[in-house]
Design a protein around this ligand. Sequence first.
Ligand code: UFG
Length: 321
Amino acid sequence: MRVLVTGGAGYIGSTAVAILQERGYGVTVLDDCSTGHFESVASSARFITGSILDSKAVAEALTDCGAVIHFAAKSIVGESVEKPDLYHEVNVNGTRNLLSEMARLGVVKLVFSSTAATYGEPEVIPITEESPTKPTSPYGTTKLAVDQMITAESETGLAAISLRYFNVAGAFNSKSGWIAERHNPETHLIPNLLRASAANPLKVFGKDWPTADGTCIRDYVHVVDLIEAHILALENLEPGKHEIINLGSGGGYSVSQVIDAAAKVVGHEIPTQITARRAGDPAVLIADISKAKKVLGWTPTRNIEDMVGDTWKSQNAFASK
Ligand code: UFG
């Protein structure tokens, strides 16, 4: 089967493309390269440069595809607070356009890249798929609106699974080299802490959170484990059904604990500087992943040292090029 991967030039999307190809799937990528990198995608994939807002590009990309994995989105929590309209336009209107073209062309299988940010500040930890959805950022609000749109679409036959990611990290050593996070500017904790220096220390966004060490707790999941869940989701789609499934590791690390784990991996202390809290950050996010285990038969196998270690190796590989 050929799969359309929207946002296939981004960090998670290009990892999906490489793993899908290694598993024998045909892949078409639709990406406007606004944040992704064309060169992250092997030339054996069909590449359409365009936006999910462009119906013509979407229709062209859907040619011969039996399913869609939809990653294309604006995805930075802090940026979404500053640019809510942009997030609504790309994430909500872009997905509406994609779903319309899929319906028009009879493509009825969808795996959607949703997020833990749909839950907002949780009342109970760990977070299950039944937990209340009260997003604290426009990013979370737009992804929740898309989940709701997909539920409505499934009532007319769409087979869909929304995967709600917690904190994705790590890198993939594909046949053609490392695929890793290369955001500009980089906002994520692990790539940032690996680049910290005495002159440019890692900014720790608040040490006054209601957690044991005062820093925020997140549930980190390795990007390769995450993509394995997408392939299982693709293989478990049921017509007329929309499942929402959390993807994390089921455990949490504070920012300080991630910094300590990274210091062990790289063999030296990570220089840090405590700053004010960042807008839109909840204190603690930890997933209940029992539904992913039950419905998809998925269990993540890579730990925080693997995530830091693979990011470290990929950064070194890019630096030596
Ligand atoms: N952090 C720092 N300094 C940094 C970067 C991050 O202290 O330089 C802290 C943040 O405040 C947060 C934690 O590290 O407490 C993780 O922050 P990231 O920016 O790496 O990730 P987020 O938790 O903001 O967001 C990520 C994804 C979202 C997703 C969310 C769900 O980017 O798409 O996880 O848990 F919604």
